[in-house]
Design a protein around this ligand. Structure first.
Ligand SMILES: [Zn+2]
Length: 341
């Protein structure tokens, strides 16, 4: 009998090593057991093989019965467990892949599931797919903002790639909004991207901005910047505007509908043409738009989820050359032509 049990153990071990399915290993053992019982029934008493196998047909039958009962018991317990274990936590509006993707956000108690849901249902318009627009779009997409609009009339040029990291060398010549759409889709397929390949002008500004909950402006064009601010103020849409030049950057959240100043309250005088040189003329340090743009995206996530304190009513100034950061309080200006306070 010990010989047969040893053989059975050997077979089980070999099956385990070969990663054979448990069902196949059990079937092999059942076959071995059946062969032993059959040998006892068929061979005459006193036959050499029966002596070697040991025991009697009855003892082997009892052993088989006990093993069968144990197996049935284990299977029954497993079935009962599966039946009584509650189903996986309901996913709600998120698919499992999204829950995995946003798990590090959901862990933050300031964001959590409700905050992530607010990001998913948010519609954010990004004006400009350049230096600031690049990190803004990438981080908002990665954060799980559900709908991202992006408006820009430019095409990707080789000289953009030093800082406009949403574009690639292969996409030189492509419309920036199309290049940005490719990058955003590659990063997060759960985001709906709406590219508008045109300049944001007075003809469409109101109709376009009315369709969004929040606007992030990273253009280096003063006409566009003042227009976006006026339309946002008129429609009561919060605006996160950032600007960079050479080594310095600034950003704030302008939301006059909720008591904070608008961009024009803080910067009432439009600079004379040529007074503030664009990146193309003055140069700009490559990581600077990354820093300011990432902070704009951070403010957007906080604003949308209600986490912490945003830059509403405060202007952040960053001096990269001297590694200095300042935050100053800004107030609404009486008689502001944009927000009418
Ligand atoms: Zn104002």
């Amino acid at each position: 009998m010990m010989l047969v049990l040893g053989l059975a153990a050997g077979l089980w071990g070999l099956g385990h090593r070969l990663r054979a399915p448990v069902a196949l290993r059990l079937a092999l053992l059942a076959g071995l057991w059946a062969a032993v019982v059959l040998a006892h029934l068929v061979l005459p008493e006193g036959a050499g093989l029966r002596q070697t196998l040991g025991g009697t047909a009855a003892s082997w039958a009892v052993l088989g019965g006990v093993a069968g009962l144990a197996l049935a018991y284990a299977r029954g317990i497993k079935w009962l467990k599966a039946k009584t274990t509650p189903a996986a936590a309901p996913e709600g509006p998120f698919r499992q892949a999204e829950l995995d993707r946003y798990s590090r956000h959901i862990l933050l108690h300031e964001i959590g599931g409700p905050g992530q849901m607010r990001l998913k249902s948010a519609r954010v318009l990004v004006v400009g797919a350049g230096g600031l627009g690049s990190p803004v779009l990438l981080y908002l997409a990665a954060s799980g903002v559900g709908t991202l609009g992006v408006i820009d009339d430019d095409r990707v040029e080789g000289s953009n790639l030093q800082r406009q990291i949403i574009h690639t060398d292969q996409r030189i010549g492509m419309a920036k909004v199309q290049s940005a759409e490719i990058a955003v889709r590659a990063l997060n397929p759960f985001v709906e991207v709406r590219p508008y390949q045109r300049r944001l002008d007075a003809d469409i500004a109101e109709a376009l901005i009315a369709d969004y909950d929040l606007v992030l402006d990273g253009t280096d064009n003063f006409d566009t910047r003042y227009l976006v601010n006026r339309v946002c103020a008129k429609l009561g849409k919060p605006l996160i505007a950032g600007a960079i030049t050479q080594w310095e950057g600034q950003l704030s959240l302008y939301d006059p509908a909720r008591g904070t100043p608008c961009y024009e309250c803080v910067f009432p005088e439009r600079p004379l043409p040529g007074m503030v040189p664009a990146c193309a003329e003055a140069g700009v340090a490559a990581p600077l738009p990354g820093i300011i743009g990432a902070m704009m995206a951070m403010e957007a996530v906080k604003h949308l989820t209600g986490a912490g304190e945003t830059l509403a009513g405060r202007l952040m100034l960053y001096d990269a050359l001297h590694a200095e950061n300042r935050v100053i309080t800004v107030k609404r200006r009486q008689g502001c032509a944009a927000c009418g306070s």
